[in-house]
Design a binder for this molecule. Structure first.
Ligand SMILES: NC(=O)c1ccc[n+]([C@@H]2O[C@H](COP(=O)([O-])OP(=O)(O)OC[C@H]3O[C@@H](n4cnc5c(N)ncnc54)[C@H](OP(=O)(O)O)[C@@H]3O)[C@@H](O)[C@H]2O)c1
Length: 186
């Protein structure tokens, strides 16, 4: 992929989720489509822009990840959570590689946010997610400010920060999968 015009800001936001069902119940081809949008497109767009940004000595990249990318193993969300784990790792590694170049890479890891996401994912009942749910505006603002400050990562909201911290003390894999899966199980 090549990019013609100089890009100063790249925001990789597009993604969709398959949530609430195990992999064996996905429709044929859905996993591949999700990886294409959430992983391949983000990586290729980043690669296409970063060389020119580094050559010009400036640029800002914001990749939208998810708190799901930190929760391992994540129940009934294996393809989506893994796609977002890629975004977390890719972005954090790239941020280090870019040190001293004038270009920065930030990832924004939201938790449940009021958008079209859950409708698109086919999850009609989001009541169990409500205690963590944030409005889109403050999430977007936090990501924008972190990108402009050149921070490697942004986890918006107290509940999401707590979730991230709790992952360090999760008692067992089984507990983590059950607790995370309960919120989105159909
Ligand atoms: N909402 C949440 O709870 C939540 C939590 C954590 C992370 N995130 C992340 O936040 C980002 C934004 O999602 P959102 O919450 O705003 O969900 P959304 O309202 O469903 O928006 C998703 C966006 O991705 C685009 N998109 C989806 N599939 C695409 C495809 N095949 N090709 C091109 N564009 C495509 C959509 O474009 P169209 O409108 O043209 O379809 C839309 O702009 C995503 O990376 C998502 O993973 C969301």
């Amino acid at each position: 992929m090549t990019v013609e015009a100089p890009i100063d800001y790249l925001v990789n936001n597009a993604a969709f989720g398959i949530v609430g069902i195990p992999l064996q119940q996905y429709a044929q081809g859905d996993l591949s489509r999700m990886v294409q949008v959430n992983v391949t497109a983000l990586a290729e767009l980043t690669e296409a822009c970063v060389r020119d940004m580094v050559a010009r000595g400036s640029g800002r990249i914001l990749n939208v990840s998810s708190i799901s990318g930190y929760v391992v193993p994540h129940g009934v969300e294996c393809g989506y959570a893994a796609s977002k784990a890629f975004v977390v790792s890719f972005s954090e590694c790239l941020a280090q590689d870019l040190r001293g170049t004038g270009v920065t890479c930030t990832h924004l890891a939201p938790g449940p946010t009021r958008t079209e996401f859950f409708d698109t994912a086919g999850l009609t009942d989001t009541r169990r997610l409500e205690p963590m749910m944030m409005d889109a505006a403050p999430v977007a603002r936090a990501g924008y400010e972190a990108m402009m400050a050149g921070k490697p990562a942004c986890i918006p909201g107290v509940a999401n920060k707590l979730m991230r911290a709790m992952m360090r003390f999760a008692p067992s894999r089984r507990f983590t999968a059950l607790a995370s899966g309960m919120a989105v199980r159909r």
